[in-house]
Write a protein that binds this ligand. Structure first.
Ligand SMILES: Nc1nc2c(ncn2[C@@H]2O[C@H](COP(=O)(O)OP(=O)(O)OP(=O)(O)O)[C@@H](O)[C@H]2O)c(=O)[nH]1
Ligand SMILES: [Mg+2]
Length: 718
């Protein structure tokens, strides 16, 4: 296998709405560059990229596939990303790790919801992209309306580098504005003919050429001067300007193809190899300490692992990008995240499941290795003496959760291991063993995402499981001040037990001053605070514990035992057994017995006094509330709003953004159960949303009554 220099490498992600033709384009690229000698078809389940059983069964890509090919002496590394929003974790990885994305548009549909999401991510990560209009051979292809919609989303930096003479059945000619030639196709796979632009297209082509040249000049002062002097640019100057324009995101050129017919793909490859920036021309991935790592083949060796997967017959494979230096087979590196030594015993370049051994890889290149001991996605491996650690690839917050349980109880451990592996391969699936809910909660991007996960459990790990409705992590708190005394006394047989505790509890509010007295039911309680301890509870919120004992009515040595009793009750709240939070407790009096008082007695007295006071303190159940943002095309706004109202949503704001309405709302988690599925069905898959934990809020009275009743019933049954 040839060794490529940094300036011969192009790292491309293929992204776009689901079904836009990404995998078909990847296949056509491999075919044209001679990696394969037969053009596969996703419908025949024989493409290099969609090689997994699960992809054949579902007819879609479910994860990223790394591929490489050579064109004009350049190595083109490709990440074929999935399209469905459920896999946005993988899509984001592809965008962040590559140097430029091809944003595929299905010419029948123009800008779709996935296009919008991915445009947002490209902007967020400040990444360059080229727009590739695909499926122009389709009868319903509409180039003009696709461009119009794109202009709406992307703005004036969208610039035509090509346009089709006709679309649909007669799509067989592309006018190329950079070369000012027409590319003509005769039949599938045949080499295109390069001919002069027909007379009736010349005016339009000239006009577009001027726009392109002007845009190309914008990115570089020197070019701008030349442009003013000569009123044009040479082809080389224009190329330089476009490269600069791409890097600065000052220009998003549009190309035209039919991936299925393999039309326009070789011209796109020419452009990629001639004009697209090399890895050293764009910003490298960020490091934790902010140090700027140069993509330099002569620098110290450093690689960043962006994907870990388990493949049949090989085991675990780590896919990486060389961030600095040159790495070679047999090299020893240090895993900076685990502080462990690793040996790169074998290096590969990959095309789907096919691996080719390679001796060396230089900065900027993609490769893969096997048999690492402790390395996983997001780890940095360096030659000794370098402290760089690259930041984790950002992945979105989960927005769909379910509980899962093995059908056979004996499979508990096996399921745990399988879920861990699934998480390692797709970090956007998270697994939580909730002691509180007594459930295993798996979270991901949508119902489909988790169904795909279950497919792995069924087919790969052979573990029968079932999904159950996930419980809601409710909390309990109080709304007013209350007082209680409790005497624990036991004198039957052996040693006796005695402890008496008097306490006042009140809601904790941040910043509230310490009180000196309370008035409860007409009675005054004067307090002198001797000590105060503040506890941040593991489950969120606070407990403030005040010692206000005067005259030694309880020994200070019993205070920890009382606290222990209170904590026990807070862990299993008096109302529904949920965690309690945000309470101030004042121990102001009590009694001891010279012989029978001990820690157990005070623990029980504290626990019961707390429980009694709690019930008189206007107790409330709290539920998790999420900040939800929904993006919806204007014509579906009404349906989405009325659905949200049925979910107890409190709308915080609305705004219009690039043809979409953005609704911000606070919605209880309990009402978001199948939201991703419902939203998709009421908007025909045209809306998108994100959610993030915001705060705990009181549940409405009727729901509180229901929850209390359910808990009571559960207690009786137990
Ligand atoms: N007519 C026509 N169909 C195409 C073209 N490109 C792709 N298709 C079809 O579109 C469908 C989806 O193609 P894929 O290549 O799997 O699309 P994708 O973007 O990789 O899909 P996901 O990865 O699942 O999001 C398949 O039926 C393809 O045959 C094209 O240029 N013309
Ligand atoms: Mg695909």
């Amino acid at each position: 296998m040839k060794i490529y220099n940094t300036n011969q490498i192009k790292n491309i992600a293929i992204i776009g709405n689901s079904g836009s033709g990404k995998t078909s384009l990847a296949e056509a690229i491999l075919f044209n560059s001679g990696v394969i000698d037969r053009l596969g078809d996703v419908n025949d389940k024989n493409t290099v990229s969609d090689y997994r059983d699960i992809e054949h069964e579902n007819g879609i890509s479910v994860t990223t596939t790394v591929l490489h090919s050579e064109w004009n002496k350049n190595k083109i590394n490709i990440i074929d990303a999935p399209g469905a929003d459920d896999f946005v974790g993988n899509i984001n990885t592809a965008i962040q790790v590559s140097d430029l994305s091809l944003l595929l548009i299905n010419a029948q549909n123009g800008v779709e919801v996935g296009t919008e999401i991915q445009l947002r991510n490209l902007e967020k990560y400040n990444k360059p992209f080229i727009v590739v209009i695909n499926q122009l051979d389709n009868d319903k292809a509409n180039f003009a309306s696709s461009i119009e919609a794109l202009k709406n989303s992307v703005g004036g930096n969208l610039i035509l580098a090509q346009y089709p003479v006709e679309t649909g059945e007669n799509f067989n000619g592309i006018i190329d504005i950079i070369t000012m030639k027409m590319i003509k196709f005769t039949d599938k796979g045949g080499k295109p003919e390069i001919v002069d632009i027909p007379d009736n297209e010349k005016d339009r082509a000239e006009e577009l050429k001027n726009e392109l040249i002007e845009k190309a000049a914008e990115g570089d002062d020197g070019l701008m001067e030349l442009f003013f002097e000569n009123e044009t640019l040479t082809e080389d100057e224009m190329r330089k300007g476009i490269t600069e324009g791409l890097i600065q995101r000052g220009m998003f050129p549009v190309f035209c193809i039919s991936a299925k017919k393999n039309y326009g793909v070789t011209r796109l490859l020419d452009f990629i190899s001639n004009v697209v920036p090399t890895p050293d021309q764009v910003p490298n991935l960020p490091t934790i300490d902010g140090s700027d790592v140069k993509i330099d083949p002569n620098g110290p060796a450093s690689i960043f692992v962006f994907k870990t997967s388990v493949e049949e017959h090989v085991g675990e494979i780590n896919y990486f990008k060389v961030m600095s230096g040159t790495i070679s087979e047999g090299m020893d590196l240090i895993n900076m995240n685990k502080q462990a030594k690793e040996r790169l015993s074998q290096l590969f370049v990959v095309a789907g499941k096919n691996r080719t051994k390679v001796e060396k890889l230089v900065a900027g290149d993609f490769g893969a290795t096997v048999k690492l001991k402790s390395t996983k996605t997001n780890h940095t491996l360096n030659a000794s003496g370098t402290n760089w650690v690259f930041k984790d690839i950002e992945i979105p917050e989960p927005k769909y959760r379910t509980a899962i349980k093995p059908i056979n109880e004996g499979d508990d451990e096996k399921l745990g291991e399988a879920l861990d592996r699934i998480h390692q391969e797709d970090l956007s699936i998270t697994v939580e063993y909730s002691k509180e809910l007594k459930q295993i909660i798996v979270s991901g991007q949508g119902e489909y995402h988790l169904n795909i996960m279950k497919w792995y459990l069924d087919n790969l790990f052979k573990i029968d499981t079932e999904f159950l409705p996930p419980k809601i992590p409710y909390r309990e708190t109080i709304t007013k001040v209350a007082q209680a005394d409790y005497r624990h006394k036991k004198q039957s047989g052996g040693a006796g037990q005695f402890g008496e505790v008097h306490m006042i509890i009140e809601p904790y509010v941040e910043g509230k001053a310490d009180p000196s007295m309370f008035k409860i039911d007409g009675k005054e309680y004067k307090l002198s605070i001797r000590d105060k301890q503040e506890y941040d509870l593991d489950w969120g919120g606070k407990l403030i514990y005040y010692n206000c004992i005067v005259g030694g009515s309880i020994d200070a040595r019993f205070l920890p035992a009382i606290l222990k009793g209170i904590m026990e009750k807070m862990e299993e709240g008096p109302l529904t057994g949920s965690y309690a939070r945000d309470i101030r407790v004042f121990i102001y009096d009590g009694k001891m017995h010279p012989v029978d008082s001990n820690e157990i007695s005070f623990k029980l007295a504290g626990r019961n006094a707390f429980s009694m006071a709690f019930k008189n303190a206007g107790p409330k159940i709290l539920e998790p509330i999420y900040d939800v943002e929904v993006f919806v095309p204007s014509d579906r706004m009404g349906d989405v709003m009325s659905d949200l109202q049925g979910r107890r949503a409190v709308v915080q704001g609305m705004s219009s953004e690039k043809g979409f309405e953005k609704i911000s709302a606070k919605v209880p988690l309990a009402e978001l159960g199948k939201y991703s599925t419902v939203l998709s069905s009421i908007t025909g898959g045209k809306a998108m949303y994100s959610m993030k934990f915001a705060e705990y809020g009181q549940v409405p009275g009727d729901l509180q009554a229901e929850l209390l009743k359910a808990y009571e019933k559960e207690q009786e049954e137990n």
